[in-house]
Design a protein around this ligand. Structure first.
Ligand code: URP
Ligand code: ZN
Ligand code: ZN
Length: 470
């Protein structure tokens, strides 16, 4: 089966040009002017923009947390992603005591319902000689990334010595370390003190996780990476000072890369003081307008490399069902922490919102160019995480993961457009100019306007190779 997309404007990470695209089966086979094919379905994309499918390098689907679970699974989260133009998502495997293989197998079972392509990062939340020896086996499973945490004491954090050892192992095996940077010790102390003083409201989530901890931990990770001669990728950068540290380290040749997320660009800690403030609870928290501005600057000048979502949705009120694909569903959510901010599940929705929101409020506002948009949303994650040029590229031989983007489409965004399985949208009522019109996953049309043509099981696990250091 062939599809010929004619007369569109292609946007890649480096160029913008008029061209046709010929897809045969799952692959792009030709890019050029005036292409013809005897039997292809022809799509006239005059006036439309054509981009490689988005790659979200940071999502949490079906993730158990605090007596509940993130409310999108690998089907609903992927479906939502596709409606927002994203065709590949990477989520994090919870490391069980039984080891890597067991943990990956469990995550594979969850992901059997995938609707877009996917791969995994491994949470390195335990460390021992045995685990150290087993790390290289992840490469054979197609997983070239480990995530460490400098926060969540007693739960997810491993100590700096173990992080340093793991960085050396990563280096020896061509793997990439990802790091959640906050100061776990400071957070634990401040949380205990806040609770002892009777502070239980959501705003205390931000007050007990100061941005200096994120700044200091970012520099600490960069310093450890340099000393291990290993690359590191800092996830969900949220504080302006983190961007300063990233720049400081990169200017000195340290192989450190940074990801931010839409929530850190558009919101501040003030959101937590709203009556529905728990909707904005995520870790790390949102900061100040100065931090928003510094993150934008870091995207504008290329200090940062990617925009992921950290999509980890929960219901605002999980006692009230919503209707998803015709069925009522309710999943316990933010209400679990009604009387104690430490019990509010951490995380928020965004997998569908990322590209449309960033197009209108990032590109249209002049913070980033259309080519940077493609770089941050697709090409850079593909390169860093060992998928390029199969993904993240509009070139012959690449997977035909393609978004036809209608720059004229006006949408009032919010829960009515959203396929994210939760009861709220952070961008409720935001006016959008430009939205995905058609989305192809390996040559198959999975989104056509507001029609869902994809299905559970369409998504393939992507074994990744050694990535690039950008
Ligand atoms: O609040 C968040 N981000 N939850 C997901 C876990 C993490 O640290 O990324
Ligand atoms: Zn994290
Ligand atoms: Zn995360």
């Amino acid at each position: 089966m062939a599809t010929l997309i004619k007369n569109g404007t292609l946007i890649t990470a480096s160029d913008t040009f008029q061209s046709d695209i010929l897809i045969e089966g799952e692959i792009i086979v030709q890019i050029g002017k005036d292409l013809t094919h005897p039997s292809a379905d022809v799509i006239d994309a005059t006036g439309k923009l054509i981009m490689p499918g988005g790659i979200d390098p940071h999502v949490h689907l079906d993730l158990p947390m605090f007596d509940t679970v993130s409310s999108d699974d690998h089907y609903t989260g992927h479906k939502a992603a596709a409606f927002g133009g994203t065709t590949t998502a990477m989520d994090f495997v919870v490391l069980e005591h039984e080891g890597f293989k067991y943990s990956v197998d469990l995550w594979m079972e969850k992901a059997a319902k995938a609707a877009i392509d996917y791969s995994f990062h491994m949470n390195l939340t335990q460390f021992s000689d045995k685990i150290a020896k087993e790390i290289p086996s992840l490469m054979e499973m197609g997983i070239q990334t480990l995530k460490v945490f400098t926060a969540y004491n007693g739960r997810l954090r491993i100590d700096d010595g173990s992080i340093f050892k793991a960085l050396r192992i990563a280096k020896e095996n061509g793997m990439l370390m990802m790091a959640h940077c906050e100061n776990g010790d400071v957070i634990e102390t401040l949380v205990q003190q806040a609770l002892a003083d009777g502070h239980t409201d959501p705003e205390w989530h931000a007050l007990t996780r100061p941005s200096w901890g994120a700044v200091e931990a970012t520099l600490r990770m960069a310093a450890m990476a340099e000393q291990a001669d290993s690359p590191v990728y800092i996830v969900h950068m949220n504080a302006g000072g983190e961007v300063d540290m990233l720049r400081y380290a990169r200017e000195r040749g340290v192989k450190v890369m940074g990801e931010t997320c839409p929530q850190y660009l558009f919101f501040t800690e003030d959101a937590l003081s709203r009556e529905d403030g728990s909707k904005w609870i995520c870790s790390p928290p949102m900061r100040t307008e100065m931090d928003n501005a510094r993150l934008w600057q870091g995207l504008h000048d290329g200090t940062l490399q990617t925009i992921g979502t950290d999509h980890c949705p929960f219901f605002f009120d999980g006692t009230q069902p919503i209707v998803y694909e015709g069925k009522e569903i309710a999943i316990a959510g933010k209400e679990l922490g009604k009387y104690n901010f430490t019990k509010i599940p951490n995380g928020l929705p965004g997998i569908q919102d990322r590209m449309p929101i960033l197009w209108t409020y990032g590109v249209q506002t002049g913070h980033i160019t259309p080519n940077q948009f493609v770089a941050y949303m697709s090409t850079n994650p593909a390169k860093i995480f060992g998928l390029y040029p199969r993904k993240g590229a509009l070139v012959p031989g690449a997977d035909a993961d393609i978004v036809i983007w209608d720059p004229e489409k006006r949408v009032k965004h919010g829960i009515a457009q959203s396929h994210q399985r939760t009861d709220y949208n952070l961008y409720e009522g935001w006016e959008l100019a430009g939205y995905p019109e058609k989305v192809f996953l390996r040559g198959k049309l999975i989104v056509d306007g507001d029609k869902w043509l994809g299905k559970s099981g369409d998504g393939q696990f992507l074994k990744r190779g050694i990535g690039e250091i950008l």
